[in-house]
Design a protein around this ligand. Structure first.
Ligand SMILES: [Zn+2]
Length: 144
């Protein structure tokens, strides 16, 4: 069974159930479908509400964008985890040691408390907070 949203020549909207689309065409040709309000047999299939189609399209676009973002995030996570050292919760100490030349310069990532991050900032040591989705998995695991 298929359901059609129908509309008569007086714009009365109603619905009809048919065994197939040809069943609908057949009944319509024989003027068997009538408007329940005005009994008109001049019936058309109602045009689907545009907002339904649009929101579905938007969903598809959003899903595509999300997939692209996930792919991008995965690349960044990969980049960080291969090129930088995971220093865990020693991040502030390591960043400071590198900044003051006590340790060789290299990319690091890890966890810092809010206070540690603020202290680094005050000392002029650059450290960027990573959003969860960009944080390499091992670091994220330690966070939780
Ligand atoms: Zn009608």
């Amino acid at each position: 069974m298929i359901r059609y949203d129908l509309i008569c020549k007086h714009d009365h909207a109603f619905e009809g159930w048919f065994s197939s689309s040809s069943d609908y065409d057949d009944q319509r040709a024989k003027r068997l479908i009538q408007c329940p309000i005005c009994s008109s047999a001049k019936i058309e299939k109602a045009i689907m509400a545009p907002n339904v189609a649009t929101s579905r399209k938007k969903d598809a676009t959003a899903q595509k964008q999300l997939a692209m973002m996930n792919e991008f995030a995965a690349k960044i996570r990969e980049e960080i985890s291969t090129k930088c050292d995971d220093v865990g919760d020693k991040f502030a100490d390591e960043a400071r040691a590198i900044h003051y030349g006590e340790k060789p310069e290299r990319g690091i990532y890890g966890q810092a408390t809010k206070r540690e991050a603020e202290a680094l900032h005050e000392e002029g040591i650059a450290a960027l907070p990573l959003p969860d989705m960009l944080a390499p998995t091992p670091a994220k695991k330690k966070l939780n």
